[in-house]
Each structure stands twice: as C-alpha cells, then as structure tokens.
Design a protein around this ligand. Structure first.
Ligand SMILES: *[C@@H]1O[C@H](CO)[C@@H](O)[C@H](O)[C@H]1NC(C)=O
Ligand SMILES: *[C@@H]1O[C@H](CO)[C@@H](O)[C@H](O)[C@H]1NC(C)=O
Length: 302
C-alpha cells in the first residue's frame, strides 16, 4: 500500500476546494422531451413525455397509463406539483401533439408509422430568464424550431413551411414566446423552491477496483466510481509516484437513480505488483480519494 503522496498530487491536494469545480454555474433548466408515434406496437403508448430539471428526470407521462408520475427522489418531494393536474395537462398535450403529427404526415403524403419528437426548455441564471428552446423533429430529422428573438417559427424542411404558416395564423408565435419566457420560467422557479437542494446536492463517489487477469500475461485494473453527483469527476491511476498514462476515462454515465458512474482502466503485466492506486477527484470531496490496489483482494472504499 502506497502512503507517500507524490509532489504533483500533493499540489492538487493543497489546491483543495478551489480545484473542485462546481458544474453548477448558478443556472438551472427545465426541459420537456416528448415523443409521439402514429402506430405504436400493441400495448405501447402513442405519446410520452419526460420532464428534466437540469440533468435529472423528475417525471414521466405516457398515454397508456394516462398518468404523469414523479421519478427518483421527486417521489418524496411534497407539494411541488399536482400530479393529477399535470396528468390532465399532458393528456391534452398528447392529443394536440398527435394531431400536429398527422398534419405533418399529410404535408409529406406519408402513411403508416411515423414519429414526432419535441424538446422544450427554458433556463434561469441568477433567477433571471436566460434562454429557451423549442424544437420539433419528424422521423428523427429536425423539422421546425422556434426563435424567441424574432420571434417566429423557423422551418428546417421545405414541408415545414406549411406548419409555420398554419401555426402562425393560429396565433402561436405570441403564445410560444409567452410560454417559454413567462410560463416555463415561472414553473421552473416554482419547482426550484422544492428541488434546489436536490439539484445542488453533492453525492460523494463510492469506488471499487477489479483486477481480472486476461488471456496472455496481462491484467486489467479497473477503477469504478459510482453513485456520485454532480457529473464532473477526474479519475486516474498511479504506479508508485508516477501517474499512469491511460486511455481517456469514459464519459460519466447517468444511472437509473439519477447519479453518475465512471471508470478508468489500465492494462498491466500480470506479474506487475505495482503498487497501483486509483485517485478520484470530485466536487463532493475535500481531498482526492486514493484507493490502493492489493493483489489478491478486490478493494473499495465502501
Ligand atoms: C413505430 O415506430 C416507433 C419508433 O421507431 C417504434 O417504437 C414502434 O414500435 C413502431 N410501431 C410498429 C408497429 O412497429
Ligand atoms: C449572478 O449574481 C452574482 C451575485 O449577484 C454576480 O456576481 C454574478 O456576476 C451574476 N452572474 C451572472 C452570469 O449574471
């Protein structure tokens, strides 16, 4: 087990909190992703919507259950949303969504199974509106988007000009702008009263090391960090006092419970006893976490 901290690492250690980057730059976003399809498989919903606060999915609606239900830690949050009301609202939205999809199919003279996806989002920084987005895709291709500055619907396919004309004739420009800049941001502000602590939380990583010996004379040392939040993390291996140059650590993956996992792998000769240590830096940790690999035992901090 290596206890000496090499020069470069002790420097990082001394930098401490200043080094721990906050991914949260004081901005928060509310996103809605929706998908509709004309012919879902038997028993599957024709319309689904998922709401996100920053990167955290907080509710899901589907037209089969007809219910908007909170997800993950939001199941325990009281008083943030009236889920029955939201269910009714999403049901009406789904009907309208599928009507728009059928209009678009008509513009293309399409039949059969087609899909429409929509992303709507608004963002606050320092409690002030700082941007929004509304895009629609048809069969996976960008179709039309809203520009709040002009304001106008911008067709992204020739057929989308029909949609622009129809929506703008129906007064949708004023409504979409008001929705994004006022209603969406007010909803986000309301949600933040109940969710800020969840979104600002600092979940420290658990770390485990596995070291299977592969075919030939090599061993794979894998250092896995999991259950951490927010997303940004740095992982690397050292051998003695030297940093081992490895392939880039994989991008952090969001898991079902709303936390992230990431790992870094190094291939070493199976006869090599190291000492190897995995170093983990995360905003939740006052100091980098160092977990040593000892041959013959799988190690971890939990
Ligand atoms: C229609 O397309 C969607 C999205 O590609 C797919 O999930 C669904 O199963 C399709 N429906 C049928 C009947 O194949
Ligand atoms: C947010 O507010 C703080 C304190 O009022 C200020 O220092 C900072 O510059 C603001 N950030 C932005 C992006 O406006």
């Amino acid at each position: 087990m290596s206890t000496t901290v090499p020069v470069m690492l002790s420097l990082l250690l001394a930098l401490g909190p200043a080094f721990s980057q906050k991914t949260q730059d004081g901005s928060y976003s509310l996103n809605y992703y929706s998908i509709g399809m004309t012919r879902p498989k038997e028993g599957f919903p024709s319309f689904q919507a998922t709401g996100y606060l920053n990167d955290q999915a907080f509710f899901h609606y589907d037209s089969e259950s007809g219910k908007a239900e909170p997800l993950g830690p939001w199941r325990q949050v009281e008083g943030m949303e009236d889920w029955e009301e939201l269910s009714k609202y999403q049901k009406a939205r789904g009907d309208f969504f599928l009507k728009n999809l059928r209009d678009i199919m008509n513009y293309y003279k399409d039949r059969g199974n087609h899909t429409m996806q929509e992303e709507i989002s608004c963002k606050l920084r320092n409690d002030t509106y700082c941007g929004a987005l509304w895009t629609v895709a048809y069969d996976g291709q960008d179709y039309i988007k809203f520009d709040t500055k002009i304001p106008a619907w911008i067709p992204l396919q020739p057929e989308a000009l029909n949609t622009k004309v129809k929506w703008e004739t129906e007064g949708s420009v004023h409504r979409a702008k008001a929705y994004l800049e006022d209603e969406c941001t007010q909803t986000l502000q309301k949600y933040l009263q109940h969710s800020r602590t969840l979104l600002d939380r600092q979940d420290p990583p658990s770390v485990s090391i596995t070291s299977p010996v592969g075919p030939g004379q090599s061993r794979t040392l894998k250092c896995l960090a999991y259950n951490f939040y927010p997303r940004s993390i740095s992982l690397y291996w050292t051998r003695g006092s030297n940093v081992v140059v490895t392939e880039l650590q994989n991008d952090s993956l969001l898991t079902e419970n709303g936390t992230y996992q990431s790992w870094v792998v190094v291939e070493v000769p199976s006869s090599d006893r190291g000492p190897y240590s995995c170093h983990v830096q995360h905003s939740s940790l006052a100091q980098p976490l160092v977990v040593s690999w000892n041959e013959g035992q799988e190690s971890g901090n939990q």
